[in-house]
Structure formats: C-alpha cells, structure tokens
Design a binder for this molecule. Structure first.
Ligand code: IPE
Ligand code: IPE
Ligand code: MG
Length: 247
C-alpha cells in the first residue's frame, strides 16, 4: 500500500468512466481502435492494483447504450476487442481471484460477446478477491425504467404493496442488485459529466476527474484518485461538526 494512502479507508466500490481512447489515439496519428486496444492495458493494471488495495468492486463503463450511434466499424472493432480481451485475460483473472459480472442489456450484444461473457462469468463465479463489473450496452435511464417495470409487475400481481416501494425494494430491481453503491467515481480525459452512468447509485458518490486519457491511466493515477477521495469529508446531508463528532 502506498504510504500516502490510509489502508482503513479504501473505497469498497470504485466505478470508472474510461474515456479518451479515441482522442489519445488520434493525437498519436493512430486510428481510434488503437486507443481502445491500448485501453485494455489500463484495465489490466487498474484491476490488479485495485485488488491489491482491497477494493471489492470495480465497475468499468465499457460500452454505453448511446455508443451504438458510433460508426459501425468502430462498434465492430470494440465487440471483437471485448471477445479477444476476455479470452486473453481469463487466466490472469483467475490468478488474481477476479469474479466477473455485467450490468446493462448484455443479451443484446453480438452472440460471440454474449457467449464469451457467459463463459467467463460462470468460470470465475467462485473467485472472491475482487468483483469486476463490466457495464456493457448500459444506460442508467433504461436501468431505472426496467426496474420500474419490474416493480409495477410486482404490484399488479399483488406480490408487493405500494407502500413497500422503498429504496431497498427498488434497488433489488436494478441491474446492480446486491452490489453496494460506489463511494468513488473516476472519469478520465478531462470531461466533467456522468453520461448516463449509474444515476441512482451515484447519489452520494465522490467524483474524481482527471485529464489523463484512459490508455495512459496507471497505478499512480488510481493512487491519486483514492488519495483525493480520502481527503473528502463525506457528510451525507449532515454538518461538518456532526460528522467529526460521530467519528
Ligand atoms: C472511451 O473512449 C471508450 C468508449 C466510449 C467505448 P472514447 O472512444 O469515448 O474516446 P474519446 O472520448 O472519443 O476520445
Ligand atoms: C461514456 O463515454 C461511455 C463509456 C465510457 C463507455 P462517451 O465518450 O461515450 O461519453 P460522451 O458521449 O462523451 O458523454
Ligand atoms: Mg469519449
């Protein structure tokens, strides 16, 4: 553990909006896919370091529902990269005790992606060191609508009363059921927006923005983000005096 970090205050769940692959590649005179390919190195290192620090959930925003609007060639390249990365990383995921899960409308991805994801999800199901949650074909608004449909069905079939529609019962209908809310969200590439990511779950998350493009994100940048997080005072609506007194 780097000495500037407090090992007793490591976020249990870190979520990352991995952004800037295309701009990074363009600046190097390469095509956008080269940026996505290089981003896989950042994923590998971030996952390894997060596990080493004791982070229990790492959620990575890999493909948004809005990303279907990109040029078909880029979409095809991203889908192929997903399949080849899963195959290429599976052994090291096992070595590092990584359990893979997904959030999003994953079944609408190309069948080769669905197959390799399912294989990796069932193959890593007994690993307990860290959970890697890939957000794929993910839209937070769709997630909230889909949860709403589930809840309405439960009410219509009399298995849930209207007064039982609570934060807890609603969360059970989200893709993230059983996953604690992220304490820390990181967005790379200098953009300061959420882009339809975990709108419900980020209600009280700390946000860390870095100008670093995702393909250049390394151990030191994760350390910097956690360090930034540890210096925040999380008040959850209370006053600073209350928070200090409760400590
Ligand atoms: C993030 O990098 C990867 C995905 C959204 C799939 P971008 O591809 O968005 O890169 P920029 O933002 O265009 O530089
Ligand atoms: C957000 O990045 C989605 C992912 C990182 C997968 P985008 O690059 O798609 O977001 P916008 O369009 O700049 O908001
Ligand atoms: Mg982008």
């Amino acid at each position: 553990m780097p000495k500037q970090l407090d090992s007793s205050n490591i976020p249990k769940h870190i979520a990352i909006i991995m952004d800037g692959n295309g701009r990074w590649a363009r600046a190097k005179g390469q095509d956008r896919l080269y940026g996505h390919l290089s981003g896989v190195d950042s994923v590998r290192e971030t996952l390894k370091v997060a596990a080493e620090f004791g982070v229990k959930y790492l959620t990575l925003y890999a493909f948004s529902a809005e990303n279907w609007g990109r040029p078909q060639q880029e979409i095809d390249g991203l889908m192929e990269l997903l399949v080849s990365s899963i195959h290429g990383e599976l052994a090291s995921m096992h070595e590092n005790g990584v359990r893979l899960t997904t959030i999003g409308e994953v079944n609408k991805l190309p069948v080769a992606c669905v197959d390799s994801l399912n294989e990796a999800i069932s193959g890593t199901a007994n690993n307990t060191n860290i959970n890697l949650v890939l957000a794929l074909n993910y839209s937070s608004r769709e997630e909230i609508l889909s949860a709403t449909r589930t809840i309405v069905e439960q009410v219509q079939s009399n298995s849930l009363g209207i007064e039982e529609i609570t934060v807890d019962s609603f969360e059970k209908a989200l893709y993230t059921k059983g996953i604690p809310d992220p304490e820390l969200v990181i967005r790379t590439s200098g953009e300061h927006r959420i882009s339809n990511f975990l709108l419900w779950q980020l209600a009280y998350a700390e946000l860390h923005f870095t100008p670093v493009f995702w393909p250049e994100f390394r151990r030191e940048h994760l350390v910097e983000a956690i360090y930034d997080y540890q210096r925040r005072e999380r008040r959850f609506g209370k006053t600073s005096e209350q928070v200090i007194f409760e400590k």
